[in-house]
Design a protein around this ligand. Structure first.
Ligand SMILES: Cc1cc2nc3c(=O)[nH]c(=O)nc-3n(C[C@H](O)[C@H](O)[C@H](O)COP(=O)(O)OP(=O)(O)OC[C@H]3O[C@@H](n4cnc5c(N)ncnc54)[C@H](O)[C@@H]3O)c2cc1C
Length: 294
């Protein structure tokens, strides 16, 4: 049986309390939210924190609201809450597309949005989603809040812009009226981690021309989860199958998958291209319907 190394445990009573504990214990302290990634890593001794700071009582960190044209998702919001949120689905169907294919109900009931992006596993679905959405992370430390665009949030596998004595408080997504969004994933069996996945957010102008676009790629090796070459190619061109194919080719060419038990490099590269096309197709169809899934 695998058991973690010895650690101390504190249940935080406020966000300020979290920051104080993290400051006092330094990098050997870790926040625990859903525990679905951290606890298995501790059991395998891949992580050996001296102190776990439990944030599960901090209800001010949970919840989904729209304020001043921004969708705000608290870091402690559970996957299941995001999946059940009409507000999230109404503005950004990509969130529901992704949540439907993340793990299973047991994981979704406990795992959090903050834990997902802070884990920064290259296969984490929401990393690609929030990158496509150009979300902004709000991070709190002793000096107060600072914001980090999601495109600058990921510093590599399991590394983020969140410093040792900071906590991710929420993710903010500026509303994009009329934009369509979608997420598609290939996994080996239902609920598994992605072999590859792609998300797209598309805003159309007159004549069906792409005005703004965000593409996020999951599990194909891009440290920042973006496909900027494909985005650059799309802007200003008519959103049709010809353009989607060119964007898919750009995404496939520039991604950097590694071979593992989920498949060889060529297969993953092919998937990155094909899934980019499908995500763009679905997002564009939704944009033509004013952003909705109906
Ligand atoms: C069987 C299984 C299958 C899964 N399948 C998928 C899948 O298909 N797709 C997918 O995307 N995910 C999948 N997951 C992961 C799931 O999404 C978890 O929710 C996620 O890994 C971490 O969320 P958590 O709340 O459990 O984080 P935790 O395990 O509690 O924490 C993870 C990391 O984030 C840090 N952290 C947590 N909250 C904060 C915060 N507010 N501020 C700063 N740092 C913080 C912790 O210190 C730790 O380093 C799976 C997990 C399991 C167990």
């Amino acid at each position: 049986m695998q058991v973690p190394a010895f650690f101390e445990y504190q249940r935080a009573t406020s966000v300020a309390h979290v920051v104080t504990l993290l400051e006092r214990f330094g990098p050997e302290a870790r926040i625990v939210a859903g525990g679905h990634s951290l606890i298995p890593m501790m059991k395998l001794r891949l992580a050996q924190p001296e102190l776990l700071v439990d944030v599960n009582d901090l209800h001010e960190l949970a919840g989904i609201t729209v304020e001043d044209g921004v969708l705000r998702i608290g870091a402690l919001t559970r996957h299941a809450e995001l999946l059940a949120s009409p507000l999230a689905g109404e503005h950004f169907p990509i969130l529901h597309d992704a949540e439907r294919v993340i793990a299973d109900p047991v994981v979704r009931n406990r795992g959090t949005i903050g834990g997902s992006v802070c884990q920064a596993d290259p296969s984490e679905d929401l990393s690609g989603v929030f990158t496509a959405l150009r979300a902004v992370a709000v991070v709190r430390g002793v000096d107060g809040d600072r914001t980090v665009p999601m495109r600058e949030f990921f510093h590599g596998p399991y590394e983020t812009a969140v410093r040792p004595a900071e906590i991710l408080v929420e993710l903010r997504v500026p509303l994009q009226p009329g934009a369509g969004s979608a997420y598609v994933k290939v996994d080996r069996r239902v609920g598994d981690w992605a072999v590859a996945a792609a998300g797209a957010v598309v805003s159309l102008g007159p004549g069906g021309v792409v005005e703004q676009v965000g593409i996020g790629l999951t599990a194909v090796g891009d440290a920042d989860f973006t496909a900027v070459e494909a985005e650059d190619l799309l802007r200003g061109r008519v959103a049709d199958e010809y353009t989607f194919a060119a964007a898919g080719e750009a995404a496939a060419t520039h991604c950097r998958p590694v071979a593992d038990q989920r498949g060889p490099v060529d297969y993953k590269r092919h998937l990155a291209g094909e899934l980019t096309v499908r995500a763009l197709r679905d997002a564009t169809a939704r944009a033509h319907r004013g952003g909705s899934t109906e």
